[in-house]
Design a protein around this ligand. Structure first.
Ligand code: ATP
Length: 306
């Protein structure tokens, strides 16, 4: 077990009857990393997170936090872990501040400023005296995050923490989490079904589909592995297609013009433009386009289905 891995699973599996909700998952999260755990609804994210937190028993395999094997109902490094799983749970009849007071007591926090600090950090000031049951979904989520963060944990495990937040709230939470990783070296494991959102936040990404971990990559690798294509439009489309084929390219129909996927064309579109002009077939438009993030995600998981 490597020391620098703060969160790790080994062949982690959870079955419900014949369904493997989490199937042979081995994931690796290093200290200070923001790890985006990405999957469609029902992919197994929440189940995996529950296993990481000892809230469910694995059918086989193991989960480790800071090298310590997690067993449900047993001691673990829980005072160093903050978490938010599914709908944030709160005492509905207590106010935001009272809910946080309960958490502070349960966690034996001595710092009298801890509650006010976290209320401010999560911008809950205006809502601190409102009963939890009357909070909007976004503010209930903020209260959930406040409870996860109040004891300044070293490891944060968050299941879809931006659910219900408006776009400004999503940006705020993203900046808050980035700051915690950057300034305090907090290791953050965050699930989502939106690759675009994860790509803006995570340094490493794990993709889960139908219970299986299909890919673990650095976020910076995303740009190089997203498929690129060259799109060409001609005044005379048929002449354009024939000329491209005569130049040795495989030409596919696209939404706007012809599409070429060959590396030679994508790397040197200028050479191709010159060759087309020389053959009296100049393109009206020539553009290298990159696969968008959602298409990449769907391609990766559909490859796994084949
Ligand atoms: P979502 O984003 O919709 O919450 P998810 O990726 O978190 O999805 P899970 O909630 O982990 O997915 O569910 C994975 C699969 O396991 C689903 O098919 C779900 O129906 C099933 N499942 C989860 N918990 C149980 C349970 N307690 N009993 C039976 N099946 C379950």
């Amino acid at each position: 077990m490597s020391q620098e891995l703060v969160i790790q699973t080994e062949n982690l599996t959870k079955r419900y009857g014949s369904l493997a909700a989490v199937n042979d998952v081995s994931l690796h999260v290093k200290k200070g990393e923001i790890y985006g755990f990405l999957g469609l609804n029902g992919a197994g994210k929440t189940t995996a997170i529950r296993l990481l937190l000892g809230l469910a028993h694995p059918s086989s395999g193991s989960a480790f936090l800071e090298g310590q094997r997690i067993r449900s109902g047993r001691p673990g490094p829980w005072n160093r872990v903050g978490y938010l799983v599914e709908m944030p749970y709160a005492y509905p009849e207590l106010s935001v501040r009272e809910n946080l007071q309960v958490v502070a007591q349960l966690r034996h926090l001595r710092d009298p400023q801890a509650i006010s600090r976290i209320i401010q950090q999560l911008r809950l000031d205006a809502y601190q005296d409102i009963k939890a049951r009357n909070l909007s979904m976004g503010n209930a989520q903020r209260l959930g995050l406040a409870k996860a963060l109040i004891h300044e944990p070293d490891i944060l495990i968050l299941d879809e923490p931006t659910n219900g937040l408006d776009p400004a709230g999503i940006v705020e939470v993203r900046e808050l989490l980035k700051g915690l990783a950057r300034e305090r070296g907090v290791t953050i494991f965050i699930s989502s079904h939106i690759l675009g959102e994860i790509a803006k936040l995570a340094s490493r990404i794990g993709i889960i589909h139908e219970g299986r971990l299909v890919q673990e990559i650095d976020a910076t690798e995303l740009n190089t592995i997203r498929q690129k294509r060259l799109i060409l439009e001609f005044r005379d489309a048929e002449k354009g297609r024939k000329t491209l084929q005569a130049l040795g390219f495989e030409v596919l129909p696209g939404q706007a013009g012809w599409v070429i996927r060959q590396e030679k064309a994508i790397q040197h579109p200028d050479d191709l433009a010159v060759a087309l002009v020389e053959r009296d077939c100049p393109p009206m438009r020539l553009q290298v386009a990159e696969e968008d993030l959602e298409s990449y995600f769907l391609r990766i998981i559909s490859n796994k289905n084949e």
